[in-house]
Design a protein around this ligand. Structure first.
Ligand code: UT7
Length: 336
């Protein structure tokens, strides 16, 4: 059998502070009803001052290591849109918090697709023998990017982290990651942005005609993003199902990026999957961007929705634009 990277453990971590829709209705011109019916969200978690993305990431990674019974990893990849700082990367900080000084550690920036990009990178490293045990973490302190005057993004996003530990194994065993579909379309870069803080800001200042004003807050053009998310998550899922040799009837769970319950239902419908097979945890965590898929996996494992032998389809769409999908048979994981 061919070498493959296999999921050995999964874990999530949420900051303790819960923010309900009712609380947000005091801050923005919005209602609990609008948020629930348009997004499916009822609450989300938010970091308190003093808590950074690396703190959330290290907690999730620590739990994943504990669940696996392993004492360390030889590769750490962190997918995030909210790094601790623009430079240096957050992953070495996370590795150091875990006592893993000396291991390769780097960040992946693909916004809501970031976890799948990072998972692919780690799976290749494990499959080729570069790493024996790889930690892949999706972590966001997304609330730190939100404009207090923007009710649309203000009600959607939440903070949190999810992590998986990959180990070396064989293709075909439960938990093995074999096929990935990943893609991007940079012509859609303006749909999801944080404009300031990069070289473009300086480049625009130097142009005679100027350019779009720079802005330190997260901006999203919701409607076209919604439509692009449905289209690309569906197409990417179809391509990876084809590569894996599964038909849609084989899929027990669609674990999609938790951007909006309506997006997940639309993707399920377009794929021909009963909507109850779309695993949903956005109701209690909001959109946690790069943390969303590993958090959904951790919650699905903890509450028994994901069971050994279930066939799982992962699919995401995010800023860039980026998208990706993969499949796996759910392994027999310890629940601690
Ligand atoms: O994570 C990366 C990927 N992200 C996504 O995939 C998000 C994709 N987009 C979405 O999920 C949805 O587009 C949103 C949830 C962002 C918005 O939902 P929508 O159904 O597309 O609403 P809309 O933008 O068409 O706005 C409808 C109305 C507008 O009012 P008018 O113009 O009809 O009077 C908005 O001003 O809803 C209004 N609105 C709100 N009302 C109450 C927008 N945000 C709010 C709010 N509370 N928080």
């Amino acid at each position: 059998m061919a070498h493959a990277a296999v999921i050995a453990a999964v874990a999530g971590h949420l900051p303790p502070r819960v923010v309900t829709n009712h609380e947000l209705a005091e801050q923005y011109d919005t209602t609990d009803e609008w948020i629930r019916t348009r997004t499916g969200i009822t609450r989300r978690h938010r970091v308190d001052p003093g808590m950074a993305t690396s703190d959330l990431a290290a907690e999730a990674a620590r739990h994943a290591l504990e669940n696996s019974g392993e004492d360390g990893a030889d590769l750490v990849i962190v997918a995030t849109t909210t790094p601790d700082r623009p430079c240096p990367a957050t992953a070495p900080t996370v590795a150091a918090k875990l006592g893993l000084v000396g291991v390769p550690a780097y960040d992946v920036a693909a916004v809501c697709t970031g976890f799948l990009y990072a998972l692919h990178s780690a799976a290749c490293a494990v499959r080729t023998g570069f790493a024996r045990r790889a930690l892949v973490v999706g972590a966001e302190a997304f609330s730190t990017l939100l404009d207090p005057a923007d009710r649309t993004t203000g009600v959607i996003f939440g903070d949190g982290a999810g992590a998986v530990l990959l180990r070396a194994g064989d293709s075909g065993e439960p938990g093995a990651l074999d096929s990935f579909d990943l893609g991007s379309d940079g012509t859609m870069a303006d749909l999801i942005t944080v404009r300031s803080g990069g070289s473009e800001e300086h480049a625009l200042r130097g142009r005679p005609t100027g350019g779009p004003a720079t802005d330190a807050y997260f901006r999203m053009d919701g409607k076209p993003v919604f439509m692009a998310a449905v289209r690309h998550m569906t197409h990417s899922a179809r391509r990876v199902l084809h590569d894996t040799g599964w038909s849609i009837e084989d899929v027990d769970h669609l674990v999609g990026h938790q951007a909006n319950t309506r997006i997940l239902r639309a993707v399920a419908e377009k794929l021909g999957l009963p909507s109850q097979r779309a695993l949903i945890n956005i109701d209690r965590v909001g959109n946690t961007a790069a943390a969303s898929i590993p958090l959904a996996l951790a919650h699905g494992q903890a509450d028994g929705r994901l069971r050994k032998g279930d066939r799982v389809l992962l699919s995401a769409f995010g800023g860039g634009a980026t998208w990706g999908a993969t499949t796996l048979t759910w392994p027999d994981l310890p629940v601690l």
